[in-house]
Every structure is written in C-alpha cells, then in structure tokens.
Design a protein around this ligand. Structure first.
Ligand SMILES: *Cc1c(COP(=O)(O)O)cnc(C)c1O
Length: 370
C-alpha cells in the first residue's frame, strides 16, 4: 500500500485540511538559523509567564501525578461559577479552549450542516469544521472585522453553528456590546452562537464598549462563550480553557469530551491563577503600555496597523512581508506571518515586555531601513 492510498482513506473534509501553523519555537530558530538571544512574539503568550503562586502550587501537586485528575474539575468549576455568578453546571472544561471548539462541532455538527465564520477569523474554525465534514461558510470581512449583517444573511436551515471571535485573532478587531447582542438576538434557535473570548481580559481593559457576553447565556440558550487560561493567565503550556453555556449544552459537551481532558496540574494552576488577580492585572497593564509603545513606533515609521484590543497587533509591512518575517528571524525576533489568513502584507506581533518590544522595533527599523 502506498502513502497515497493511506491519504485517500481519510474523510474528504480531512483530506482538504491544512494543519494549523503554530508560531516558530525558539529552539527551532536556534537550530535552523544559528541565532541566539531570541525573543518570541509569535503566539500571543504572556511575557510575564505564570505567577509565583501558580509555580508554588504546581510543585506541591507534583507528587500526586500518579493519580488521575478530577474528571469533573470540581474545584475549578466552583471557582469559575463564583467568578461569573453562574451555576457550575453551565461550565465545560477543555484541554485549552481549542478543545471546547472541537467538542462543540463534534457534538452538534454533521456533514450536512454549515458553520459560519468570518474571513480572517481564527484558523481553528475552518479546521474543526472540515474535520467533521461540514460546510464552511466564510463571510467576507469589513475593514478586517466581522460583518454581522453579512453573517446574519448567511444563515440557512442547514446552519448549525456560528463562530465569532471577539476580539478576533489575528486582526485584533472587536465587536461592541450593542452590535453583538443585537446579532445574537436575531439568530434562530436552531443555530448555536459561539463567542470566543480568548482575549477577554485585555479587551475589557482596552475598550469600554467591549461586552462580557458570559452575562447573556441565561437570556440566550443557544449562546456559548469560550474563555481560556492560555493568554492573560499565562498558562498556554498547560492547556486549559472552558465554556459557559446553558446547562443542557454543557451536558451534551460532557458526553463527548475525553473523561480526563484537563490534567491535574492544569486544574490546579488554573484555580490558583484565577485567584491571583494581582498577577493578572500586572500582565494586563504591561500589555496596555506595550500596545502604546508599538502603536507609537508604527506611527513614527509610517506603517499602517489594525487597531487591536488583544495582546497582539497586525502591522502592514508591504508586499515583501514574508521576506521581512525572515529578516526578523535573522535578528532573533520571531513574529507571525498571516498570509494564510489572506493578509499577505501584514505581520502579527505579540506585545512583549518593554525590552522585547524595543528589540522588535529596533529590528524592524533595521530590516525596513527606516
Ligand atoms: C489563542 C486563542 C484561543 C485559545 O486557545 P487555547 O486552546 O485556549 O490555548 C482561542 N481562540 C482564539 C481566537 C485564540 O487566538
């Protein structure tokens, strides 16, 4: 049997799938380019890392590793329920919020269904759609943001799910409270609306009209809100995210997920990180300052950028963006090209510490001869 035959055994949706392209790891750059003293601003990670309290709690947890984790995540769900003023039955825990997005499609979407999302939207939406063999309905963006009217018009009897990233990655664009609530209100009850709030903590700091849609789940039973500990809480390596929904949706998701999808270290770290509001706030403030630093630099260099409320920003470096990306790698700075998001002239940069931002700005100036 040749390799080609094996490929043909995969479902049609999976065959047409391109794998998710992660940011280049530091070790890979060292190996391939021989560069040292590398900074990675490519995956929207928290430049402060996890807080000291999380690290201490993890050390304490290590001797328990022979045991299975709590498959119901009781303690973390209690803490989350308290934080959001909801019932624990409304929460589903995931191995990162990616897991939640994938479980949602597996639980609710069949090949005859359609899933709607925006052009330039987060790369995981097309992946989970194609993995279940459903049809992706991609609605053209307006000014790089979601066109809610267009998305509304794209709904058919076959639509089962709509993904909305607020704010969106990689564009950093966001939807204001009134516009998003009005949209959700109009969506028929046979369609689930998934609002992905991976950058909630940064966005609510940056923008007064940015909504907390977790407050709407009691009003709209077809609304699912996803959150993560990967970004503002600095736990991307541990993989923990969650959704807030009607208890019936959570019940369905719980039937499909792996019984121990969130590991014991992740459960413990998330619980401690949630309580450590001081560390969270430090990261949010650092991000706000870093965003100003980058925007000021782009303005001084006369580079267009897309205003962002996340911990990242897209900057237009012209039609040689891939070359600029590569030149930056030689300077030891890893950012993210977004040509695969139909944004070939842009690079996405994660906000780092003040020093990291300065290094990126200096490297960019050098590479662009500015
Ligand atoms: C980073 C990100 C996530 C979070 O992924 P995890 O699986 O929780 O690490 C989800 N949605 C968007 C839009 C993101 O950018």
């Amino acid at each position: 049997m040749s390799d080609c035959d094996l490929f043909s055994l995969a479902t049609t949706g999976v065959q047409a799938l391109s794998p998710y392209q992660p940011g280049k790891p530091i070790e890979e750059l060292e190996r391939e380019y021989g560069v040292t003293d590398i900074i990675k601003l490519a995956s929207n990670e928290n430049p402060l890392g996890p807080g000291d309290k999380v690290i201490a709690a993890l050390k304490e947890e290590l001797p328990e590793l022979a045991r299975y984790p709590d498959g119901n995540g009781f303690a973390l769900k209690q803490a989350l329920a308290h934080k959001h003023a909801i019932k624990a039955e409304q929460i589903t825990l995931g191995n990162g919020s990616n897991d939640i997005l994938e479980i949602l499609t597996r639980a609710f979407v069949s090949p005859e269904h359609e899933i709607i999302f925006s052009q330039h939207a987060f790369a995981v939406y097309p992946i989970v759609t194609q993995a279940v063999g459903a049809k992706a309905v991609v609605v053209p963006a307006v000014d790089y943001g979601h066109d809610l009217e267009g998305m509304q018009q794209a709904i058919t009897d076959k639509t089962r799910l709509i993904f909305i990233a607020n704010p969106n990655n990689p564009t950093g664009t966001w939807l204001a409270k009134d516009a998003l609530q009005h949209f959700i209100e109009q969506v028929p009850s046979h369609v689930l609306v998934v609002v992905d709030e991976a950058y909630f903590e940064f966005a609510s700091e940056a923008e007064a009209t940015y909504p907390d849609s977790s407050q709407w789940v009691d009003t709209y039973p077809n609304l699912v809100v996803s959150r993560t500990f990967s970004k503002a809480y600095g736990l991307a390596g541990l993989r923990v995210g969650y959704s807030i929904s009607h208890p019936h949706i959570a019940d369905i998701l719980n039937r499909v997920r792996q019984p121990f999808n969130v590991n014991s270290l992740a459960l413990k770290a998330a619980e401690v990180a949630l309580a450590d509001t001081q560390h969270l706030q430090s990261g949010i403030q650092l991000n706000a300052k870093g965003m100003q630093q980058l925007v000021a630099a782009f303005t001084a260099m006369e580079l267009d950028y897309i205003p962002s409320v996340g911990n990242f920003i897209c900057v237009n470096v012209g039609d040689k963006a891939m070359q600029v990306y590569d030149d930056l790698l030689y300077q030891g700075v890893i950012v993210r090209p977004v040509a695969n998001y139909e944004m070939p002239e842009y690079l996405r940069v994660t906000i780092g510490t003040a020093d990291e931002n300065t290094r990126f700005i200096e490297a960019l100036k050098k590479v662009l001869n500015k």
